[in-house]
Structures are given as structure tokens and as C-alpha cells.
Design a protein around this ligand. Structure first.
Ligand SMILES: Cc1cc2nc3c(=O)[nH]c(=O)nc-3n(C[C@H](O)[C@H](O)[C@H](O)COP(=O)(O)OP(=O)(O)OC[C@H]3O[C@@H](n4cnc5c(N)ncnc54)[C@H](O)[C@@H]3O)c2cc1C
Length: 425
């Protein structure tokens, strides 16, 4: 094949495919450009296909910068350029109808992630962009000088491609078997960028084997999780926690996990506590227990607790704090009641580790947002290079936010790369 292109996009995941489409559309408006998307994987879109449990949660009905961890000012600007409404319209133009679920998450009406992947690849190719799989990029050499005849050299496993603009969309480190193994950061470092330490995010957490999680496997309950680092609360959030055979998962745990993994990675003291009756404060829980004990002294204490928590949790918690679940409520001693209040409102979760990159949905950390121009996604270190998607130091909470980031950054980079080319022609 020809060894020159106008724009090379490295990575054909969500961000790279979006960039390919927007670049090809803009190029068509301005006259044609040769756009090539390279990906190291043998099959395209592995991560899109498994996303959202195989249904691909493409975005959320409400997306704001507060749904992300990343420089708020920059995230706000990126979302202002391409927000939820733009995403909805864009998917409609690709022939993908979206539906809203109760939680506000948007999915394709087919409930098939393949619908999304197919729409993206079909449009990309219909617009004339070339997608080459099995083309893992090993190195990007910047232009020798700033003259327009000078180009980036993109060295991949099958040869070298020269390009005037390069969009890097190699993703993070989550689920490395999909091809996103963090290799992109090595390349950007060599191009002068910094990369902040990276940690698994949206990842389940493994509890110490002495904890009671295994006997509750499959039980989920509404809780409030508080994460404290060096004694200071860094995150407090409410949602559904799922007890599993290894520890804890579920949306609230996944969302909170980045604070824990980061602190652990930095070697600082971190603890997570769980409030299982989040509508009541400590005093209210104590008053409630006292009233229930006084009102029904012959009821087993586990039954009392189970009137507001799942049965299996109530039994496990009683045992965990050393009370026989069958003890009559009226016989519960004051210290035992206090231990119950503590267990219900501030249960320490003995986290051993996170479940690792193979179970993380996203990466915290990456290229600092301050190193890109947020209006274009162009690198401030290497002009002509654009950085998008999970490669950047920005991670969203669960619910379609990470794909929204991929579409929005892909939009900006795709269009800006073409505009940059046109300006120099
Ligand atoms: C199990 C799971 C479920 C998820 N579900 C959702 C969801 O429902 N909603 C949501 O918003 N987010 C979800 N996410 C997160 C979302 O998938 C990612 O945030 C998003 O895919 C990131 O897009 P990206 O294009 O930046 O990177 P990626 O999708 O990771 O794509 C990077 C691409 O670059 C290629 N590549 C890497 N290095 C090279 C190289 N050196 N040369 C050539 N190619 C290279 C890879 O092969 C890959 O195709 C999920 C993630 C996982 C793991």
C-alpha cells in the first residue's frame, strides 16, 4: 500500500473510530484527504463488543464534568463541544437508534454492541477512511522540521507510514487482551509528554478472606461508601453494592474504586467504610434499634436487623460482630447494640487488593489534560499530534461516560486535524 497518508489514526477503538469518521467527513467537505486507521488487534472493536455487558452503554442522558475525574475546566469544554445531544444526533445519523433505561443510561435499541461497532466501521469505510488491522504501531517519529513537506513517521509492524497529522487513540491499560495494553504511553513519552501514574478504575475489590463476603455472594444492597485517605474523606457516594465470592463489586464499588487504587498505589493509608442504612445517621439507627428491641424483645436479633437489610447480610453481620443471630433482641447487651450500630453505619471493608487490569473497565491517570489544547485535542508538546480517549488523564464514572469522552475527544481531534491540514495547504 501507499506509504503516505494525510492523517494516521493509531487505535481503532471508540475514540479512534469516532476520529476517523469526523476526520473523513470534514475532509470530504474540504476536498479529499487520505485517512488511515491502524490497529494492532486481529479483530476490530473487542472492547466495544463486550462493553455494557455486550449491549454497549454509549452515553448517559445527563453528562457533566462532575461525572469525570480530570481537570474540570478542560472536561467541561470538551463536553460543550460534543455533548449528549450531539451524540444522540450522531448515532441517529449512523442509523443507530438509542433507548434510555431507567438509570439514564443510553443503549442501542437492538441491545447489541455489535450494532454500534458495525455502524462505526461501516461509516468510517464508506467515507473512504482505510482501517488496517494487525498493524501495531511501535514508534512515532516527529517531523524533522516544521516545514509542511516534513511528516511524522509511524513505524508499525508491517512497515512505515508517513503522515502530516497523527491522532493517537491507543486507550489505557484496562483489559489488555483487547489490545489496549498501555503501549501508547511509551510512544507519547518519547514525543515529550508526561504520563501521570496509572491505576485500575471501575474495578471490583477483593476482600480479606476472613470477611463474610463469600456467604453473601450474589446479594446486592443500597449503601453509602466512604473512602478516607490519611484520615481525610476523599470520596463519598451512594449506590448498589454487590457482594461476591471474592469481595465487592456493583456500581458504587466500581465508581469508588479509583480512589482506593490510587491511594494504595501511592502507598498512603486508605480505608473504605460502608453504611448499609444510608437514609439514617448513627443516632437514628441507635434510636431505631432501641425502639425495636423494646417493642419486640422476643424477636431474634438477626430478624430485627433483617427488617431493614437483606436477610443474609443481617445474619452475617451479627456473627461477624460476635452476636449469635438467634439471640433474643431483649437480651442484646448495650455494647452489642453499639457494635451493631457501628457495623450498620460504618462497617470497615478489609480490602486486600483490586481485581487488576483484566477486570478494570477503565484507567485512571494518563497524559495530563493540561498538555493538550482542549479546543482541538492537539498536543502542546508535539504540534500535529492529537491525543484522545482513555490515553488521557480523565476517567468517567460508570454509566456511558467513558464512551462519551471517547466520542467527544474523537470529534474534536478528527475535525481539527483536517482543519490543520487545510490551513497549511
Ligand atoms: C468490560 C468493559 C466494559 C465497558 N463498558 C462500558 C460501557 O458500557 N460504557 C462506557 O462508556 N464505557 C465502557 N467501558 C469503557 C470504554 O470501553 C473505554 O473507556 C473506551 O473503549 C476507551 O476508548 P479508546 O478508544 O480510548 O480506547 P480503546 O477502546 O481501548 O481502544 C484502543 C485501541 O487501540 C489499539 N492499540 C493499542 N495500542 C496500539 C498500538 N501500539 N498500535 C496500534 N493499535 C493499538 C487497541 O488494539 C484498541 O483497539 C468498558 C470497558 C470495559 C473493559
Amino acid at each position: 500500500m501507499d506509504d503516505r497518508a494525510d492523517i494516521v489514526i493509531v487505535g481503532a477503538g471508540a475514540a479512534g473510530l469516532a476520529a476517523g469518521i469526523f476526520a473523513a467527513e470534514a475532509a470530504r467537505e474540504r476536498g479529499s484527504s487520505r485517512i488511515v486507521v491502524l490497529d494492532g488487534a486481529k479483530k476490530i472493536g473487542a472492547k466495544i463488543l463486550i462493553s455494557g455487558g455486550g449491549r454497549c452503554n454509549v452515553t448517559h442522558e445527563h453528562v457533566t464534568h462532575e461525572d469525570f475525574n480530570g481537570s474540570p475546566h478542560i472536561v467541561r469544554n470538551v463536553l460543550a463541544a460534543f455533548g449528549v445531544e450531539a451524540t444522540r444526533r450522531w448515532f441517529a445519523s449512523l442509523g443507530v437508534e438509542l433507548k434510555r433505561e431507567e438509570t439514564g443510561k443510553l443503549f442501542p435499541v437492538t441491545d447489541q454492541a455489535r450494532t454500534v461497532l458495525q455502524a462505526l466501521t461501516t461509516r468510517c469505510e464508506a467515507l473512504g477512511a482505510t482501517i488496517l488491522l494487525h498493524h501495531r504501531v511501535r514508534e512515532i517519529i516527529p517531523p524533522a522540521d516544521s516545514s509542511e513537506s516534513s511528516a511524522f513517521l509511524v513505524r508499525h509492524e508491517q512497515g512505515t507510514l508517513a503522515a502530516r497529522r497523527v491522532i493517537l487513540a491507543t486507550g489505557g491499560r484496562s483489559l489488555p487482551k483487547t489490545g489496549s495494553d498501555g503501549g501508547g504511553w511509551g510512544m507519547v513519552r518519547r514525543l515529550g509528554h508526561d504520563v501521570t501514574p496509572t491505576y485500575p478504575a471501575l474495578v471490583p475489590l477483593v476482600l480479606h478472606q476472613d470477611m463474610f463476603h463469600a456467604e453473601l455472594s450474589g446479594v446486592s444492597q443500597e449503601v453509602e461508601l466512604t473512602t478516607q485517605v490519611n484520615g481525610r474523606t476523599v470520596d463519598r457516594r451512594r449506590g448498589s453494592l454487590l457482594w461476591t465470592h471474592f469481595g465487592i463489586s456493583g456500581p458504587v464499588v466500581m465508581d469508588a474504586s479509583r480512589f482506593w487504587t490510587r491511594a494504595r498505589g501511592e502507598g498512603v493509608a486508605v480505608e473504605m467504610r460502608c453504611h448499609v442504612l444510608p437514609d439514617m445517621n448513627r443516632e437514628a439507627v441507635d434510636r431505631w434499634l432501641k425502639a425495636e428491641i423494646a417493642g419486640k424483645p422476643r424477636r431474634a436479633v438477626a430478624k430485627l436487623v433483617a427488617s431493614r437489610t437483606p436477610d443474609r447480610f443481617a445474619t452475617a453481620l451479627c456473627r461477624f460482630i460476635g452476636i449469635d443471630p438467634a439471640t433474643l433482641s431483649g437480651q442484646v447487651k448495650r455494647e452489642q447494640r453499639q457494635a451493631l450500630v457501628q457495623g450498620l453505619t460504618s462497617l470497615p471493608l478489609p480490602i486486600e487488593r483490586d481485581r487488576g487490569w483484566n477486570y478494570a473497565e477503565v484507567t485512571a491517570g494518563g497524559v495530563p489534560l493540561a498538555e493538550i489544547n482542549f479546543r482541538t485535542m492537539e498536543s502542546r508538546k508535539a504540534p500535529g499530534l492529537y491525543l484522545i480517549g482513555e490515553l488521557l488523564d480523565c476517567d468517567g464514572r460508570i454509566g456511558g461516560f467513558n464512551f462519551q469522552w471517547a466520542w467527544a475527544t474523537g470529534y474534536l481531534a478528527g475535525r481539527s486535524a483536517v482543519a490543520g491540514l487545510a490551513a497549511t495547504n
